[in-house]
Design a binder for this molecule. Sequence first.
Ligand SMILES: [Zn+2]
Length: 1013
Amino acid sequence: MHDDRTLVESRLKRVLAERIRPAVYPESVPLEVGVWTAPGEPVPVAEGLAAPRSPIAVGDAWGAPWGTSWITVTGTVPQAWAGRTVEALIDLGFDANMPGFQCEGLVYRPDGTPVKGLNPQNQWVRIAAPAVGGEPVLLHVEAASNPVIMDYRPFLPTELGDKETAGDRPQYRLARMDLAVFDETVWQLVLDLEVLGELMAELPVDGARRWELLRAIERALDAVDLQDVNGTAAAARSELTAVLAAPAVPSAHRISAIGHAHIDSAWLWPLRETVRKVARTTANMTALLEDEPDFLYTMSQAQQFAWIKEHRPEVYARVRKAVAEGRFVPAGGMWVESDTNMPSSEAMARQFVYGKRFFLDEFGVENHEAWLPDTFGFTGGLPQIIRNAGSKWLLTQKISWSQVNTFPHHTFLWEGIDGTRIFTHFPPVDTYNCSMKGSEIAHAARNFKDKGVAGHSLAPTGWGDGGGGTTREMVAKAARLRDLEGSATVRWEKPAEFFARAEAEYQDPPVWVGELYLELHRATLTSQAKTKQGNRRSENLLREAELWCATAALRTGAAYPYEQLDRIWKTVLLHQFHDILPGSSIAWVHREAEATYAALAGELEGLIGAAQRALAGDAGGGRELVFNAAPHPRSTVPAGGAAVVAAPAEGCTVAERPEGGYLLRNGLLEVVVDADGLVASVVELASGRETVSPGSRANLLQLHPDFPNMWDAWDVDRFYRNTVTDLTGVDALTAAADGGRASVRIERSFGSSTVVQTLTLHAGEQRLDVDTEVDWHETEKFLKLAFPLDIHTERYAAETQFGHLHRPTHTNTSWDAAKFEACNHRFVHLEEPGWGVALVTASTYGHDVTRTVRDTDGGTTTTVRCSLLRAPRFPDPKTDQGLHRFRHALVPGAAIGDAVREGYRIGLPERRVTGTAERVAPLVEPDHDALVVSAVKLADDRSGDLIVRVYEASGGRTRGRLTTSFPLADAVPCDLLERPWDGTRGDVAVEDGAVRLALRPFELVTLRLRAAG
Ligand SMILES: [Zn+2]
């Protein structure tokens, strides 16, 4: 037979595009259109509905950036359309190739009830089926003229990302605004041909099924009269019935599809716009659920449910109803889909606590899957947190974005730092915006790495962000793919049903140990430093506020601020969303975040101050009490308590060196700062050990060009290291000492920027504090602070949630080499047997560790560099410009326990309060340094019980006692939601009025303590 394959394929393409698709709406009449532009920010629905309209026509420009226009369409169903299906087609000026990230609308009836959203691939509104001739049509559209930030040429700097700089040029032109007849038979024919045509393109050319489809499609096209598509569509469809009815082969890959819209809680739009994006999408999805009985939809992020509950109650009522029917499925059980690299131990725990509790309280639903399709890498601490939250599964697809290495599994057990294993699935469709295209379905089946032992995968299906979710066309395609020869099978299924099935079929899944490192978006550990500092400061203040408010409540009967702490926690958790904390949002988002963090800090300082004053007693008492919120004692101040402290230690000196620079001493360390203001030597006097690598100098600021190939705020590409400038020029070098401390101040300037550093030794403290103040006015540069250390080690430790993990200092494999920028919480720690060094950081997360061998003595230099600042220009063209302050500390002779202790110390400074009390005893006190208290708070159920979270911080086995300063009746191990839990492996018992604990490496235990009497 002659090979006419490409001829028929080309024919299908043209006839579909030019004749069949246009015939879906064979007749139309224009609607009349009026508009009112809200003067500033969005207005309440009633106000928008009531405002007077001015005429506007198709082709007219509308919509200043970030504006809201209330558009009204009116018309009458022609008499001739009686009995037919009639829809309004409302094209606000969409680009259908960009299903999201543009203007959007939410359609209302005149009484203010929402109908559905309008999105680039979702422009229809059903008017009637069957229609009544002469019926009037009146709809209102709340249209948001969100500008396109990421265009066809992405990553170009733009001023559109903030209302304050975006200007007022209209962004869109009204396109089609019609009332039209909808021909369902033609619409079904389009979907038949799309599904079969797309499947055909994926099948092997030498297979019979491909040719069977080709011949059927050809017969269908022959049956279409191009002058009467509507009259012949049914005949064309009947030519396809047989090939659509052929069932899938028994070994076909099985896809569990779930309707979804990945809605970033802020990104290329501000937080307030996400509220409306969620309302539009959920209005669409509840409407689709009513139309499509097999369809199921899932939405994650409790915050997004809470937003529509507060701001769009009429949409929320529809969501509640669909959830109750089991068809709108809350997913993930987290407050937002957060970053997981940077949130602190407690914050990561609270993401689950607040998320799961919201779904339990609102819907009586408990999730068992963590749903993080788009998060930029997953820490080794996360599995234990997921398990402690009462969950057991994880879904993400993001690791498929890695630049270098292909992850070997799609379904596997992921083991965290403590040994907890979580059943994990990476959808092989490699997207969270599946649209049921044949290429996607075939890719999922081909790509799935666990073939032969497992056969199921999940496909989140629908347009995210501004796309409006799943479309009726995707549902129609899924129906055809349910059991179709040549294709994977597709059925709508809830995430929990998928996970249960996948877990049951996979008897002995492979295991991946340690972090799931994303080999991309590494610069999100550094971009937008002020957002990151706001997060870290809030986490620290929340710890203090809970600790001191709980102490004041139990000691003095002060009221515990449950509602206020809840609200603040939720705000902090929201800002850990995976485009806010990582610094990848527009300027507007980060400008607001900075202001929000400042307001939260004020509130938390108020709570802390009030609680401490209540504990200290009458301020006229004249005693100065020192409060210590850290989990380790400081001098005579107990951890979690307060005491009057004797006069501070003395003994710090500074001396000028004849060759320039200064010598700092405090009896523990001797530090040489040379004439360039660099640290030439740090000797631990007890051991005589030098910390700085011979011939190198520490505290070296290094500047790199930093212009990645794409994703400017997200990415730093490896070639940035090829060029470096050491900032050694000094403008001024001065020193000071007052007995209690000795310091050197260094001033430098470079490019358009200046930097002032202060290096300080404190009496009685074995660490060198490094304060760095940068007035940063660079563009596309990366600033690092380097410490070349005389340490020989193949690995180093970096703190993560509830422990630390090890990473190599070498680049043996492509996996090692790809980790050229990584995350730490408060410390990195390097050691040779018997001697180590910690580098502690107050607010930076990004760092790199490299090794070289010296020519002079053959020794190894291991260089730790903290990432301070970047200056990408997309999506915020002025990222990080201005004044920043960073605090670091070098701790020579540090064991891992010292690193943990100094890490807490740098974020939790002592507070001094005047009063009558001599001492505030801690509510709870462990007797072992490795038993670290991560939270002390009152129970969320308001029973007055004390909740204490403790973890083993050394990575070893630790036995110890937790004593309480109140008579203890009971200690109940709980999950993170403070429910009694036997899942803990911690050996916990109450003995002699104290809690005896025996914990395994990094084990986490939440205890509910009840006071006696
Ligand atoms: Zn996202």
